[in-house]
Write a protein that binds this ligand. Structure first.
Ligand code: XBP
Ligand code: MG
Length: 260
């Protein structure tokens, strides 16, 4: 039997690299709505429900179906959604550029360790490409975009998570089989997508994904942990470690592929 080594890590962005939703995407949507004179306002609780739909344009369409059918009846509804989304992206980028969203615990440590060890890095996300590159530049390092060999984002595949398409797209870009990679996710939709592509997946919960069904993940943790800041384990075996490191990822990866 072929034995695959762990060769690449594939990161989700929102909720995994940084806590971007409640105080990042959400206020950016609200700013776009206010600017356009719409009376839509997404509070933190409602936004948690709307996160069931991935993708900003898709999320606005879903909201309008439930709260503003008149908006959708207008012949220019699609164009207005596109316009609103462009405005939302502008507000979101401004927030990122102001250094408004830090990386989550352990993210920088793990990415730097992976680079030192020669592991390949990639991104698989439903968010808009500029949102990813700006977050990487503003919150990780000025040249961090070049650390990632493949950045699968936004509309590059028509079917967003929970469809596995974005992970399949990234695997093709990397020219690697799923069995040589591990994904890092924070949500049930993200986990469905990565498992659907056959990937071992570590889940770090985010504020909005706490309590999701994460069956099939190699482990479910509060975060990746830092020295003096151990990961809180919701599910899985840390093999004696207090935080996630490359050795632990590799152990989980081997456990996952040996069960397949
Ligand atoms: C992230 C998302 C994104 C953002 C909005 O999901 O659902 O839609 O909330 O991004 P995941 P855009 O972390 O599973 O990739 O507005 O740029 O679409
Ligand atoms: Mg996510």
């Amino acid at each position: 039997m072929l034995r695959f080594m762990l060769e690449a890590l594939i990161f989700d962005v929102d909720g995994t690299l940084a806590d971007t939703e409640r105080d990042g995407h959400r206020p950016a949507f609200n700013a776009a709505f206010a600017e356009a004179g719409l009376d839509w306002h997404w509070d933190a609780t409602l936004y948690g429900e709307l996160l069931a739909v991935t993708g900003g344009k898709e999320r606005m369409r879903f909201y309008a179906e439930g709260h503003d059918r008149e908006f959708l009846r207008q012949p220019d509804a699609e164009a207005r959604i596109k316009f609103l989304h462009a405005a939302k992206t502008r507000h979101y980028l401004a927030l990122l550029e102001a250094g408004g969203i830090p990386l989550l615990p352990g993210v920088r440590r793990l990415i730097e360790a992976a680079r030192d060890a020669g592991l390949r890095l990639a991104i698989a996300t439903t968010t808009t490409p500029e949102n990813v590159t700006t977050l990487l530049r503003a919150s990780l390092a000025p040249d961090a975009v070049s650390w990632f060999e493949a950045i699968g984002a936004g509309d590059v595949v028509p079917a967003k998570k929970p469809a596995p398409d974005i992970y399949r797209w990234v695997l093709e870009e990397l020219r690697l089989p799923a069995a040589a990679c591990l994904a890092l996710e924070d949500s049930a939709n993200g986990l469905k997508a990565s498992l659907g592509a056959g990937l071992a997946t570590l889940v770090t919960e985010s504020e909005y994904s706490h309590g999701h069904d994460f069956s099939g993940a190699v482990a479910v943790l509060s975060d990746l942990g830092e020295p003096g800041w151990p990961s809180v384990v919701r599910c899985g075996n840390m093999h004696g470690k207090a935080m996630v490191d490359l050795e632990l990822l590799s152990t989980w990866h081997q456990e996952f592929i040996s069960k397949k």
